[in-house]
Each structure stands twice: as C-alpha cells, then as structure tokens.
Design a protein around this ligand. Structure first.
Ligand SMILES: *[C@@H]1O[C@H](CO)[C@@H](O)[C@H](O)[C@H]1NC(C)=O
Ligand SMILES: *[C@@H]1O[C@H](CO)[C@@H](O)[C@H](O)[C@H]1NC(C)=O
Ligand SMILES: *[C@@H]1O[C@H](CO)[C@@H](O)[C@H](O)[C@H]1NC(C)=O
Ligand SMILES: *[C@@H]1O[C@H](CO)[C@@H](O)[C@H](O)[C@H]1NC(C)=O
Ligand SMILES: *[C@@H]1O[C@H](CO)[C@@H](O)[C@H](O)[C@H]1NC(C)=O
Ligand SMILES: *[C@@H]1O[C@H](CO)[C@@H](O)[C@H](O)[C@H]1NC(C)=O
Ligand SMILES: *[C@@H]1O[C@H](CO)[C@@H](O)[C@H](O)[C@H]1NC(C)=O
Ligand SMILES: *[C@@H]1O[C@H](CO)[C@@H](O)[C@H](O)[C@H]1NC(C)=O
Ligand SMILES: *[C@@H]1O[C@H](CO)[C@@H](O)[C@H](O)[C@H]1NC(C)=O
Ligand SMILES: *[C@@H]1O[C@H](CO)[C@@H](O)[C@H](O)[C@H]1NC(C)=O
Ligand SMILES: *[C@@H]1O[C@H](CO)[C@@H](O)[C@H](O)[C@H]1NC(C)=O
Ligand SMILES: *[C@@H]1O[C@H](CO)[C@@H](O)[C@H](O)[C@H]1NC(C)=O
Ligand SMILES: [Cu+2]
Length: 586
C-alpha cells in the first residue's frame, strides 16, 4: 500500500556519526589533522537536468538535481567547508542558493541570479565553495532563477562539530521533512503564462512531503512518504517549507512537538501540537514515540491571508511504529482553518532565542541605521508586449509589488556584487530610501482603495549601502494597498533578531516598549503579520550585496525586493575576496 522510499537513506544519526568518527580517526593516523580542528571539506556534484517525474498518475518533465525530487540531502558539521560542483545539463539558466547560510566573506557563492552571480547557462558549470560557520540546524538549497526552485531543492543539515553536543537531548534519528508544491505542468511554463497574461500564479495541484503528495489527492495514494519508528525513542524532525507560494500548517496525529531551532538558530524549547512555516523557513522539532503502536498521519495544509489561489486539500505522510501492522488505518490530525491567523501568530510570536547557545549574540542595543520599510503589492501598467487579459486589475494593469515604493528591477548586464566589488557604475543606484515617500494610514483598506495614486511604484535597482559593522533596525510595515497579506521577508547573508511583531500600523510610542532585547528569536525569514508589522535588528558584519525579498516566489518578479550593500571592513579577514575564476558572467 505505502511506498517506503528513497528517504530511508537520509535518516541519519548513529551510523553516519560512526562513519565520521572513523574518517576522523584515520585522518589523525595519517597525520593530516592538526591537534584540535575537526573541520572537513565536504564535496558534492549536482547535475541539474530535465527529468520525467511521475506524480498524481501523470508524468511531467521538470528540472531536478541528480534525477531526484527532492534533490540530494547534504550533511555537514559546523565548521566544515562545503564544495558543490554544479553542472547545468538543463535547458534553463540556473543558479543555486544556499538558503540561510551566512556566506561570511564568500558572497560569490550565495547564488541569487543577477545579485551575486549571473546564471549558469545551459552546458556550463560553477563550483560553489563556502564555509559553514556559527550556525547549526536545518537549512536548505534551492534554485534562484525564475521559478526553478519549485523542483530544484533539497535539505542542508548542519550538525555540531565532533566533540560538541546539541543543546537538547540527543535524538535517536534525524529525519528531513521537506514540504513542497507540485504542478501537473512544468512550473516554468506555468510561470511564463502567468507573467505573460498578468494572471495570478495558479495553485499547485498538490502539496508534498519529501516530494510525495500523500493520500488526499486523486491518484496519489501510493505516493506517500513513510517514516518507520521504534517505540520510546526521540526523533529530530528537520522541517523545511520549500513551497513557492504558500505558508503551511504542519501537524502530526497523536504527538506533540518540542521546537528546538528555527532557521538553523537554537530556540528555547517550545511545546506545541501545531507548527506553521512560511516559504523559506525551517523548524527543528523533537518528537517522542510514546504513543500506542500504530500509524499516524503527518499533514500540511495552507495558511493563507490573501485572495491568491491555494490548494484546499492537504498533503500527508505516515509515521509508522515498527511493531504495528502496516495496514492499520492511520489517525488524522485535525488541521487549522486556512485563515487561522490567531494560531499562526501565536506560534510565530512564542519562539525565543537560546541565549546559552554557543552562537548566541545579543541583539544590538545601539542602532546606527534606522529604517522604516513598507512592504506590499500594487499595480503596474501592462507591458506593451503583453496581453494582460488575465489580470484581476483589468487588461491595462497587472499586479506588481514594492518596498518603500520602489519596485525592484533585476539588472541584466552583470551581477550587483560584481558592480559593487569592482566599483562599476550603472548597475544599481545607492538611493534605496530609509522611509516611504508618502506617509499614510498603511493598513487602512479604505485609504488604499481611495487613493489609487499610491498603487503604482516606479521600478528601480536600488541598494541601501551600509558601513561594515553598522547596526541596523528595520521596521517592516505591511500595507493594505490592493489587499493586506502576510509577506515572508527573507534576508540573504545575515540572520536578524525579531524584536516585536503586531497588527495595524507600527506605533513608535507604544510598540517600541514591547521590544524583546533579552532573548528575541533569530531568523533569516520573517513572516510579517497580515496587515501588520515586524521589527528586526542586525549587525552588518558580512561584506557583500545581500538580497532581501519576499519568499512568496510570485512576488519576486513583481518587485518585492531590495538589497543591502555592505562595505568591506578594515582587515583582509573582514573583506570580500575577489571572485572565483569560474564565476558565471552575463
Ligand atoms: C549526482 O550525480 C553525479 C553524476 O551521476 C554524481 O557524480 C554525484 O555523486 C551525485 N551527487 C550526489 C550528491 O548524490
Ligand atoms: C574557510 O575555511 C578554511 C579552512 O578553515 C579557511 O582557510 C578559509 O579562509 C575560510 N574561507 C573563508 C571565506 O572564510
Ligand atoms: C481532498 O481529497 C479527498 C480524498 O480524495 C477528497 O475526498 C476531498 O473531496 C478532497 N477535497 C478537496 C477540497 O478537493
Ligand atoms: C478527482 O477525481 C474525481 C473522480 O474522477 C473527480 O470528480 C474530481 O473532480 C477529481 N478531483 C480533482 C481535484 O481533480
Ligand atoms: C474558516 O474560517 C472562515 C472565516 O472565519 C469560515 O468562513 C469558514 O467556514 C471556516 N472553515 C472551516 C472549514 O471551518
Ligand atoms: C488577449 O488574450 C485573450 C485571451 O487569450 C484574447 O481573447 C484576446 O484577443 C487577446 N488580446 C489581444 C489584444 O491580443
Ligand atoms: C560613477 O559615478 C560617480 C557619481 O556619479 C562618479 O563620481 C564617478 O566618476 C563614476 N565612476 C565611473 C568609473 O564612471
Ligand atoms: C488607520 O485605519 C484604521 C482602520 O480603518 C483605523 O482603525 C485607525 O484608527 C487608523 N489610524 C490612524 C492613525 O488614523
Ligand atoms: C474614501 O472615499 C469615500 C467616497 O468618496 C469617502 O466617503 C471616504 O471617506 C473615503 N475614505 C477615506 C479613508 O479617505
Ligand atoms: C510612489 O511613487 C510614485 C511616483 O513617484 C508616486 O506617484 C506614488 O504616489 C508613490 N506612492 C507611494 C505609496 O508613496
Ligand atoms: C564589529 O563589532 C563587534 C561587536 O561589537 C566587535 O567585536 C568588532 O571588533 C567590530 N569590528 C570592527 C572592525 O569594527
Ligand atoms: C540566460 O542568461 C544569460 C546571461 O545572463 C542571458 O543573456 C540570457 O538571456 C538568459 N536566457 C534566458 C532564457 O533567460
Ligand atoms: Cu510577498
């Protein structure tokens, strides 16, 4: 009935550590390692190519890595160097982003197309080379050109270096759980059509867990991820939301979760029976297999705050106790309502950072740069070469999006990082504003409806330049223009602390008093509340150009993005080295 599949090999733990220890000992015997260092070079090859994937009884040719969906899971230890040779054997321009990796002094390996590199063209290769430092937990990798990340993605799991432990009880096994979306048509074609007609990106035909839809979709009952567990053990589930456009609730029948990390930053343990992840976010949870032997469904369903299309069914997988009959009907967890903002908000705001983590750094108390950034959708004239008959705004307009009334325009002639590093004019301008040009009641839908002049933001490729080590506070304020919506804003190259979140307009007087400067959560992607705001702080300690954008993929070509350009520090170790010689050029 169920297919116990490819993922078995990814459930690592004891065996994997044994292998590492053996390699480690061998290295000492060979005298290859200096006394205390256990850092390894982990090397992989990714072949990106079109491949016929069968889901929902239908075969669809899509780009994937190494003929698998999801692609290979990468295992590293903190302190390792990761080297990945990417060969583009697909017909598309691609690049790979290592989502959440700091890329300290290695911005050339970050991956977003036209930001830190030009795409790898078909037939070409590029080697990503970077260190994994001062972060542990679950991250992931995905394509960062067009919508290719719909099928080009996989897990990147970071364990403590040998000799160090997790700041929680040692799990018996670790299991990646990657949530995704599946279309019966190649997403690249779906995207071309949506962009060409100004229509919204259509809902996926299914959500998936580890690439499989589960039992709720037509013709998918054999396509299910199954995790076999032993009684009375602790498992670490490393959950990733790799979906393009949907936030997802996640539940597991009969079991509670203890959250121990988010976005590869440790949290204080937080007990809950429901999780919510915005696209781009990850959560590490412990579960204990202390229930009656049997089968239990895990399931993920939409959390939606907008009128955008979503799939109204849910994806499922089975947690199977080894001693129970495989045929026993699994229990289903009750899932929250699609619009259950109180449940999502409770989860998002209950997490706090673990100040005893070896990588904890307190949020900056003094702020050098203070920004107030509006985030939201808007409109744009339909292009002369387009037919916007599918646009919800009528044929003359299509949907767009902006930050502080600048709708981000990708450059085409070179990457922004090359322009920054080599001081070349004309690729971007340094005038991203600290505040929106017009102050209005940002979250009042009546104001937004009445003043249509607010809708259209000019396109621009603007950065905010930062001195090395500057401390920055950003109030992210959602707007009600056209519609309110929760936007998950992702920062490349940095984690930030989340000091506070709320609904309505940020209030300088009262909301500032609610800041958590003691143990705020640390993340790389913040789901800014629907019709609300979030305040974050970070230290600009990583030279380079760092993309900041909505991780709802559909909002990226619409322009919901900006970038920080962080200058070099005073020393070589605080400066960005020159690019590798194989960096793809335009
Ligand atoms: C991907 O496939 C290539 C070519 O078959 C192989 O050399 C490589 O080891 C594979 N990589 C991973 C991470 O499995
Ligand atoms: C990465 O780590 C290696 C080995 O420790 C070191 O030689 C190299 O300088 C590091 N690279 C960067 C960009 O920090
Ligand atoms: C979800 O799938 C189940 C099982 O196939 C089906 O009974 C149900 O009608 C579906 N719901 C929706 C909203 O499509
Ligand atoms: C599933 O199949 C049934 C029966 O063939 C059909 O009526 C229904 O519309 C299908 N649902 C979806 C979501 O395709
Ligand atoms: C979800 O909530 C909406 C708004 O409160 C309500 O209209 C709808 O009936 C609810 N759906 C379910 C399945 O409870
Ligand atoms: C735009 O597309 C619609 C639907 O495909 C079609 O009916 C219409 O004729 C097209 N308009 C133009 C100007 O091509
Ligand atoms: C770049 O632009 C600045 C400001 O307009 C100007 O001062 C500088 O000379 C230009 N540099 C080059 C290389 O053109
Ligand atoms: C903004 O609009 C909201 C919703 O209409 C209203 O409740 C609030 O009082 C307004 N705020 C200000 C400062 O006018
Ligand atoms: C919006 O326009 C309507 C009709 O002109 C008016 O009654 C209302 O006061 C306006 N609302 C705002 C917030 O300006
Ligand atoms: C955005 O800029 C345009 C062009 O300068 C202006 O017409 C519009 O009112 C601005 N909108 C906002 C919300 O500031
Ligand atoms: C950057 O800030 C950190 C933390 O305050 C400090 O330890 C470091 O010396 C600073 N570096 C420079 C180059 O200013
Ligand atoms: C692929 O990338 C190259 C280099 O940036 C660019 O010239 C070309 O137009 C791109 N092709 C497509 C189909 O986007
Ligand atoms: Cu968005």
């Amino acid at each position: 009935m169920y297919i116990s599949n490819i993922y078995t090999s990814d459930i690592f733990g004891v065996q994997n550590n044994m292998a590492r220890i053996m390699i480690f000992s061998l290295a000492i015997v060979l005298g290859l390692l200096a006394s205390s260092s256990s850092a390894a070079v982990v090397e992989h090859t990714f072949d990106v190519a079109n491949f016929a994937v069968t889901r929902l009884c239908q075969s669809t040719t899509v780009a994937v890595v190494n003929n698998s969906l999801p692609g290979p899971t990468i295992h590293v230890h903190e302190g390792d160097t990761l080297v990945v040779h990417v060969n583009n054997k697909s017909p598309y321009n691609i690049s790979i982003h290592w989502h959440g990796v700091f890329q300290l002094n290695s911005g050339w390996a970050d991956g977003p197309g036209y930001i830190t590199q030009c795409p790898i063209r078909p037939g070409n290769s590029y080697t990503y080379r970077f260190n994994i430092t001062r972060q542990e937990g679950t991250l992931w990798w995905h394509a960062h050109v067009s919508v290719l990340r719909a099928t080009v993605y996989g897990a990147l799991l970071i364990q403590p270096k040998l000799g160090r432990n997790y700041p929680f009880r040692r799990p018996y096994r670790e299991v990646p759980i990657i949530l995704g979306e599946w279309w019966k048509r190649n997403p690249v074609d779906v995207d071309r059509e949506a962009l060409g007609t100004g229509s919204p990106f259509p809902a996926p035909d299914a959500y998936t867990i580890n690439g499989q839809p589960g039992h709720r979709y037509n013709c998918s009952s054999n396509e299910m991820f199954r995790l076999t567990v032993e009684q009375g053990r602790t498992y670490l589930l490393r959950i990733i939301n790799a979906a393009l456009n949907n936030q997802l609730f996640f539940k597991l029948a009969g079991h509670r979760f203890t959250v121990v990390a988010i976005d590869a930053a440790y949290t204080n343990p937080y007990e809950t029976d429901v999780l919510v992840l915005a696209p781009g976010q990850t959560i590490d949870v412990l579960i204990t297999t202390n229930q009656a032997p049997g089968n239990y469904y895990m399931a993920a369903s939409t959390y939606s705050t907008s009128a955008a299309p979503f799939n109204d069914n849910f994806t499922s997988a089975v947690l199977h106790y080894a001693t129970a009959p495989v045929t026993a009907t699994p229990q289903l967890p009750p899932l929250p309502n699609v619009t259950d903002t109180p449940t999502a908000h409770r989860f998002y705001t209950s997490l706090t950072g673990l100040t005893t983590s070896p990588f904890w750094s307190p949020p900056p108390r003094e702020v050098d740069e203070s920004m107030f950034v509006t985030v939201g959708v808007g409109a744009e004239a339909c292009g002369a070469d387009m037919n916007c008959s599918g646009s919800p705004l009528g044929p003359r307009f299509r949907l767009a999006a902006n930050m502080n009334n600048v709708s981000f325009q990708f450059p085409t002639s070179r990457s922004m990082l090359e322009a920054f590093h080599f001081n070349i004019n004309g690729t971007y301008t340094e005038d991203f504003p600290n505040r929106p040009p017009v102050e209005f009641n940002y979250t009042d839908e009546a104001v937004s409806r009445n003043f249509t002049a607010l809708w259209v933001a000019p396109r621009g490729t603007k950065v905010k330049k930062l001195k090395y080590n500057a401390t920055v506070e950003v109030v992210l304020q959602n707007t009600a223009i056209l519609t309110t919506e929760n936007h998950p804003i992702h920062f490349h190259g940095l984690n930030f602390h989340v000091l506070a979140q709320g609904f309505g307009n940020f209030n300088e007087g009262s909301d500032r008093r609610s800041f958590n400067l003691v143990n705020p959560q640390e993340r790389n992607t913040i789901a800014v509340p629907d019709g609300g705001w979030a305040v974050i702080r970070f230290r600009a300690n990583n030279p380079g150009v760092w993309f900041v954008h909505c991780h709802l993929d559909v909002h990226l070509p619409w322009g919901l993005a900006m970038a920080f350009a962080i200058e070099n520090g005073p020393t070589p170790s605080t400066s960005l080295p020159p690019p590798p010689s194989d960096l793809p050029r335009c």
